[in-house]
Ligand binder design. Structure first.
Ligand SMILES: *Cc1c(COP(=O)(O)O)cnc(C)c1O
Length: 394
């Protein structure tokens, strides 16, 4: 029987999501529970958001105590949690300055705006073209969907923003042909998430960096999905020995509290001055107190080292599955951003797994994506693999 909540929701909530008939009420660690009290092991984690799992005590405590002290003041004033988070991010990354906002799309908006303004400030008015990748995903606002290399996401919203061009991800020759004196920036995810968990060829990002330097263009990494330990490093760019000039974060930054950030080197960051850009809710004491608890926990509990090890284990198990099932075409990804490309539609598999108590998701029609909390255990992975083994055989 359909839950009351589902009937009610379908009447009043905009139908922008194809939802599963599941009403979730509670989460703890890598598990969530539905209205009937059934539990599910969560390999979606709010789409690579809840990296420390659900209801983490450190975060719950930090947020509760901050809620009693100060939830929000304007960015007309300074606050300690916002300052501490920015200091952490600067210390642990290539960047010198941080701009806080509320979502991934908003972080990419800031990146696009600052890249354009950087060249305007230098008097290079025609230099506003941004080259992005086919099959990329950068968000749903007008600027970020204009930067997204997927026709289905842009469709119906013409005219999109001018100045975006696309090349195939991983194809350095195509990029060489496209860049020029009008190129303001190259924008890419180090590993494509929504596009199907696609890793770049070895040395591709290094070559992109070199090319940007040669033509004087900025390099922007969208690490909204790959950042915060998801790929087995704090930031995915560390795998590729390649630093960007600008990077965007969101998703796991505050483990589910709405928070985004745009990080930049000083020479670019100077393009934003008082009045250039703003966000009412950007970096409130509440969300930054949550983010600070996230950062502390990641380092104190050595979560990144753990996620790298457990990610390697997970890949081995997925490769084992591939040996057993012809309908698996490829195992993709690294750390705990993993995908299984199937030769069949993925949705029925996702549905079957849900019936058996596992939440996974499917992207691009036939890629099963696994982005569990980084604290997932071997036993939980084994249980999912066993479930997939049964479902794929059926
Ligand atoms: C999720 C995602 C976004 C968009 O983030 P929102 O918070 O939904 O706006 C942008 N880029 C990448 C790589 C993402 O995975």
């Amino acid at each position: 029987m359909k839950s009351n909540i589902i009937n009610k929701a379908d009447k009043v909530i905009a139908a922008t999501y194809k939802r599963f008939p599941l009403v979730l009420t509670k989460g703890k660690g890598c598990n969530v529970w539905d209205e009937e009290g059934r539990s599910y092991t969560d390999f979606v984690a709010g789409i690579a958001v809840c990296n420390l799992g659900h209801s983490h005590p450190n975060i719950a405590k930090a947020v509760a105590s901050q809620a009693q002290a100060l939830v929000h003041v304007s960015n007309l004033y300074y606050t300690r949690p916002q300052t501490e988070v920015a200091s952490w991010l600067v210390e642990k990354s290539f960047a010198d300055k941080v701009f806080f906002c509320n979502s991934g799309a908003e972080a990419n908006e800031a990146a696009i705006k600052i890249a354009r303004k950087y060249f305007k400030d230098k008097g290079e008015n025609a230099r506003y073209h941004i080259i992005a990748m086919e099959q990329s995903f950068h968000g749903r606002t007008m600027a970020t969907l204009s930067a997204t290399g997927q026709e289905k996401i842009r469709q119906g919203f013409d005219p999109i923003l001018a100045g975006f061009e696309f090349v195939p991800f991983g194809d350095i020759d195509a990029l060489v042909k496209k860049v020029g004196p009008a190129t303001c920036a190259v924008l890419t995810e180090p590993i494509q998430g929504e596009g199907g968990v696609r890793c770049p060829p070895p040395d591709y990002l290094k070559a992109v960096r070199k090319l940007c330097d040669e033509v004087g263009a900025l390099l922007i990494f969208d690490e909204i999905q790959t950042g915060m330990g998801r790929t087995g490093k704090l930031f995915a760019y560390e795998h590729f020995d390649t630093e960007p000039d600008i990077m965007t974060l969101a998703k796991a930054l505050a483990n589910g509290l709405p928070m985004g950030a745009m990080l930049a080197k000083d020479f670019v960051a100077g393009a934003f001055s008082p009045g250039s850009h703003a966000s009412t809710f950007g970096g409130t004491p509440l969300v930054t107190a949550g983010a600070l608890a996230v950062l502390k926990t990641i380092f104190e509990d050595r979560i990144i080292e753990y996620s790298r090890k457990i990610g390697d284990y997970f890949i081995q198990r997925l490769l084992w599955l591939k040996e057993r099932h012809d309908i698996i075409e490829e195992v993709r990804g690294c750390g705990l951003l993993l995908g299984l490309k199937l030769r069949i539609e993925g949705d029925p598999v996702v549905y079957e797994c849900m019936q058996k108590g596992f939440l996974i998701n499917c992207i691009q029609g036939n890629v099963l994506r696994f982005v569990p909390p980084l604290i997932i255990t071997k036993e939980e992975i084994d249980a999912l693999v066993e479930c997939l083994d049964e479902v794929l055989a059926a």
